[in-house]
Design a protein around this ligand. Structure first.
Ligand code: ADP
Ligand code: MG
Length: 384
């Protein structure tokens, strides 16, 4: 939905023009999966799909929230009554951001918000981060808080971890806040240092397809927590702060020290090799060889499927079918157990590939997948 439509709807709901309109995108992670809570590397890029919010300040300690995409009217909350994990509705995401800002000592005295988003929810494309970041950026501008993008991302992560109660890493919010058009974001999740890596698919005659399997997953669910706990156990057994500290060329020695901890061994192997795949991808993109990242993506999928074990039949079918139909590389992306896969392909092969995946899904009696092209797009920004 465009800025003007969102502003008009705001005026209908609240009886006055908004002070401004902001946008924040969803993201796709090119490579670097389940590395973010291990202090490792990730490499997301922003989608053209975004949350758009019209926002005005209030000075009476009231927060009013409305989403075009959710049934029901305006939700009114009192700022001094906001408390972690008391809200199980969508409003916890924007309210959590206001809570996190205030908890960090920033003076926010209320807001009216109307938003609409084109980021599919629960598809592993970070609709939640888009929602958080668009609110954080709007309040940062309106209340003149002067917070840098990485800091806004941190506060949004705190909102999601503590207020909503979903144990996610820092990647999603940083991607939404910091990505640039035509680039992927090489992010070191330990110190949040970042580099914009040119990733201009179209100029190279390439396309990146996102295949949303339409299988929904609960991101805050038990499996994510188990993997995270297993990684922490691995780091503790190896005597390091985080698995990031195991160098790739020291992996075999580290695994040998884990003895018969089969489950931990698999998790450690994924995380350490995945960090190496991110670094290899960065090097290839810097050298201008986008096609060569295809096999790296496919290796990443095998590691997530066999070692981290968070794939599912639908995601494996996308990857296997796409590769058989001539894709340069493919992998699941996001938290796993459903959500989306990405496919790197020659522009000329897109139609054949899409058809092959759709036919394979029909033959397997799976839900029809949603396939779209992902163009590396702009991060969060003010529209009006
Ligand atoms: P993901 O971030 O992968 O899309 P999450 O489960 O982390 O999935 O976040 C999805 C949740 O975010 C939704 O269930 C809803 O509560 C909230 N959300 C996302 N987009 C919107 C929207 N446009 N309007 C209201 N709530 C939204
Ligand atoms: Mg999310």
């Amino acid at each position: 939905m465009g800025a003007q439509q969102v502003a008009e709807r705001f005026a209908e709901l609240y009886g006055a023009e908004p002070e401004g309109v902001w946008a924040a995108p969803g993201r796709v992670n090119l490579i670097g999966e389940h590395t973010d809570y291990n202090d490792g590397f990730v490499m997301p890029f922003a989608l053209p799909h975004q949350a758009v919010a019209a926002v005005s300040r209030r000075d009476d300690g009231v927060l009013r929230l409305h989403s075009e995409d959710v049934e029901g009217g305006v939700v009114e909350l009192r700022l001094d009554a906001l408390a972690p994990q008391t809200d199980r509705e969508w409003t916890a995401y924007p309210a959590g951001v206001v809570w996190a800002l205030r908890e960090a000592g920033h003076e926010v005295t209320g807001a009216d918000v109307h938003l609409s988003s084109t980021v599919p929810t629960g598809a592993g494309l970070s609709s939640s981060a888009a929602l958080e970041v668009v609110i954080a950026l709007a309040l940062n501008d309106l209340y003149d808080l002067g917070l840098q993008r990485w800091k806004l991302a941190r506060l949004c992560q705190r909102a999601e971890n503590v207020y909503v109660g979903a144990p996610t890493g820092i990647m999603d919010q940083t991607a939404s806040a910091c990505c640039e058009q035509g680039h992927a974001l090489f992010l070191d999740t330990r110190d949040l240092s970042q580099q914009q890596i040119p990733f201009d698919l179209v100029a190279e005659g390439l396309r990146l397809l996102v295949v949303d399997t339409q299988v929904k997953h609960a991101h805050s669910g038990g499996e994510y927590g188990k993997r995270r706990a297993g990684c922490e156990k691995g780091a503790a057994l190896l005597g390091v702060d985080a698995l990031r500290d195991i160098p790739y060329d020291g992996l075999d020695a580290a695994l040998a020290r884990l003895g018969d901890e089969e489950e931990v061994i698999r998790l450690v192997r994924h995380v350490v090799t995945e960090d190496e795949r991110v670094e290899r991808t960065v090097a290839l993109l810097r050298a201008g060889d986008i096609r060569a990242i295809g096999p790296v993506l496919t290796e990443g999928h095998a590691s997530l499927r066999d070692d981290f074990r968070i794939s599912c039949p639908e995601l494996d079918l996308v990857v296997d079918t796409a590769l058989a139909a001539g894709a340069l590389g493919a992998r699941m992306t996001g938290g796993g157990f459903g959500g989306s896969a990405i496919v790197l392909a020659e522009a000329a092969d897109v139609d054949t590939l899409t058809k092959a995946v759709e036919e394979a899904f029909a033959a397997a009696d799976f839900k029809t997948p949603r396939v779209f092209e992902a163009v590396p797009s702009a991060g969060a920004r003010r529209l009006v």
